[in-house]
Design a protein around this ligand. Structure first.
Ligand code: MN3
Length: 213
């Protein structure tokens, strides 16, 4: 049985970028619903119940047909939100984490020419994501631990609904939820403002950890 992971900070920690009420609703209702539906869906498939959500998504193609929509929508929803909470922190920590995360910064500079160019490309992709979905920084997970090769394997990827890059053999390092429930209370239709502000609460240490894993 899956259960709702604790946030690594308080609900008000991301103020003023993400308001307390949005965080509470997003975590305790939206994320919880994905978990409940994933647990219900998996209850008829005892052979798969013990797998981690990462394993379920990585083995998506070989799952029983009837289980696929459950894993895609609700397993994806659980995995995506779990990552989303982790790669955020308060603004003071963001500044610190940016300075300390030398390896991911170097990789972004190499692949996208500069950090600012990466932010610009990522922002464009996040703005162009039609309807609900996510924009992410991903790496290919066929892993040989070669730093230069790893850098070549970084890319920006947009996905709809709760689709996970894990279904395509890619590992998400960073991702923004652009579904309206993630920002509507504070930003309404102003997605550009939300994305811009969101970059001031990214936990680059966590992104680097995902990059080096
Ligand atoms: Mn969401």
């Amino acid at each position: 049985m899956y259960s709702l992971p604790h946030l690594p900070y308080e609900y008000d920690a991301l103020e003023p970028v993400i308001d307390t009420q949005t965080m509470q609703i997003h975590h305790t209702r939206h994320h919880q619903t994905y978990i409940d539906k994933l647990n219900t869906g998996l209850s008829s498939y005892p052979n798969y119940e013990w797998l981690s959500v990462t394993d379920l998504l990585s083995q998506f193609d070989s799952l029983p047909e009837a289980l696929k929509p459950v894993v895609r929508n609700h397993g994806g929803g659980h995995a995506n939100h779990s990552l989303f909470w982790k790669i955020m922190c308060n603004q003071v920590e963001t500044e610190k984490s940016k300075v300390e995360s030398i390896q991911i910064m170097e990789a972004l500079n190499t692949v996208f020419w500069s950090f600012d160019a990466f932010v610009e490309q990522f922002t464009t992709a996040a703005l162009n994501q039609f309807g609900s979905g996510r924009c992410r920084l991903v790496k290919s997970s066929q892993s040989s631990f070669d730093k230069e090769v790893k850098q070549d394997r970084l890319s920006i990827m947009s996905t709809s609904n709760q689709d996970s890059p894990l279904m395509q053999g890619l590992t998400p390092l960073l991702g923004i939820d652009v579904r309206e429930h993630a920002y509507y209370l504070k930003y309404q239709n102003k997605r550009p403002d939300y994305i811009k502000a969101w970059f001031t609460i990214v936990n680059w240490k966590e992104v680097e950890k995902n990059f080096l894993d």
